[in-house]
Design a protein around this ligand. Structure first.
Ligand SMILES: Cc1cc2nc3c(=O)[nH]c(=O)nc-3n(C[C@H](O)[C@H](O)[C@H](O)COP(=O)(O)OP(=O)(O)OC[C@H]3O[C@@H](n4cnc5c(N)ncnc54)[C@H](O)[C@@H]3O)c2cc1C
Length: 395
């Protein structure tokens, strides 16, 4: 990836985007398409590995730029659900658009390439150390001491982001996810092809997954932070159970997932945050790519509007438009999913039974995975409202 070092201390960029994941690459593309001079800064060398299952649900697929050249490593048409290693049941998809599996380094590099083609300057191996709000601009400080000036900034630097700290993002749910990426032999690859596994775990709100990708599988577990030993023990047992423990992983990593508090800020001054940096992530499934792509696009639009602001009132309007877009869609989805998470945490057996033994429930979840409906729409159906009432949650 080219690392043109243009844009020194003197240049005032329209938009600087921090982080070249799905949120940042999308924001950079959208702002560049709006005619802005955009600088996209990424700490790692692109392409970079990212701890992630790489599962694209239908909603995420629908928000990828058309013609994105990313290789789909598997298309999922069935899901095996399990409850702590028992009561395994495989159900099949009926939707046309299915969950697709990609490698995150390939996806993110493809999104970054499209941003560069739209006109964004990409500078990787550049770590942002902090931001300073100035008069009509923001100064972005890099770890090697450079000061980059911008009319608007998008923070898309993930769950441990510097920009989140600057904005004051606060999260109400923080989980630890452990993941391995392991090569599997041709026989095991055939066993997993087209099928993913979701297994509800022993710790409250935890689950494990196996996602197939050609001759590799991504497998991991997620549980609330603060119980590291128990989560690691769960991971060992999970890998053992699924015949993956003896394989030498290509990657063996851990990463936090974070969900914002409903009142957590999304913007400050001339800076907006998107994706994981904003704590935008599904509280139950921890799906975050669709959240990153959508908030990234709106953040790119907001940053373009902020870059053009002449009157302070327009600054507030641009921030409010962004906040309203995020809250009315992603905020509503997170609220609904949190209800599912509450039921799941208390009664995983009920969720398991509903998914595997009540066909209409699976059909609806399947259409969510395919991108035909949303969690709020699912929970708004009369059947779901009655079911939620029965377990003590009211819609
Ligand atoms: C184990 C695990 C499995 C997951 N599986 C799935 C899944 O299957 N499907 C799904 O939809 N979601 C999944 N998620 C969630 C998903 O990975 C995230 O929601 C998604 O990556 C968010 O994208 P983003 O662009 O906001 O952030 P990121 O993808 O984290 O990108 C942030 C970028 O910012 C860069 N950066 C960080 N700090 C700086 C800095 N100071 N200066 C410059 N650059 C910086 C990073 O290097 C990184 O490239 C999973 C998460 C985990 C932890």
């Amino acid at each position: 990836m080219s690392t043109d070092r243009f844009g020194g201390n003197g240049k005032l960029w329209d938009v600087v985007v921090v982080g070249a994941g799905p949120a940042g690459a999308t924001a950079a593309r959208v702002a560049a398409e709006a005619g802005c001079g955009v600088l996209l800064l990424e700490r790692a060398a692109v392409p970079r590995y990212k701890t992630c299952g790489g599962g694209l649900i239908g909603c995420a697929q629908a928000h990828l730029p058309p013609g994105l050249g990313v290789t789909v490593r598997d298309e999922i048409d069935s899901v095996t659900f399990g409850l702590r290693g028992q009561r395994e049941r495989t159900v099949s998809s009926t939707t046309e658009v299915r969950c697709k599996m990609v490698f995150r380094d390939e996806l993110d590099a493809a999104l970054t390439k499209v941003a560069a083609e739209a006109g964004a300057e990409v500078r990787d191996r550049t770590t942002v150390a902090g931001l300073e709000d100035g008069a009509g601009e923001v100064v972005v400080r890099t770890a090697d001491g450079e000061r980059i000036r911008a009319r608007a900034v998008v923070g898309a630097d993930g769950t441990a982001g510097r920009v989140s700290r600057h904005i004051g993002v606060s999260c109400e749910q923080v989980d630890l996810a452990l993941e391995v990426e392991v090569p599997v032999d041709p026989r095991d690859a055939a066993k997993w092809r087209g099928r993913m596994l979701m297994e509800w775990g022993p710790l409250p709100g935890s689950f494990g997954w196996v996602f197939p990708k050609d001759d590799l599988c991504t497998a991991g577990v997620v549980a609330a932070r603060g119980q590291g030993d128990a989560t690691r023990a769960y991971m060992r047992e999970f890998l053992e159970r699924h015949g993956l423990a003896h394989l030498t992983p290509l990657h063996d990593t851990g990463h936090l997932t974070k969900c914002r508090r409903p009142d957590s800020p999304l913007a400050r001054g001339r800076t907006v945050v998107a994706g994981d940096a904003a704590g935008l992530c599904d509280p139950w499934s921890r799906e975050g790519i669709s959240f990153a792509l959508r908030s990234g696009a709106w953040a790119g639009e907001a940053a373009a509007a902020i870059a053009r602001v002449v009157h302070p009132v327009d600054l507030g309007r641009a921030r409010d438009t962004y906040t309203a877009a995020v809250l009315s869609t992603l905020g509503a989805e997170m609220r609904a999913s949190r209800k599912v998470m509450d039921v799941f945490t208390r009664r995983p057996g009920i969720v398991h039974t509903a998914l595997t033994a009540v066909p209409p429930v699976w059909r609806r979840v399947d259409s969510y995975l395919g991108g035909d409906t949303t969690i709020p729409a699912l929970l708004g159906t009369p059947v779901a409202r009655v079911a939620l009432k029965a377990v003590g949650l009211f819609t």
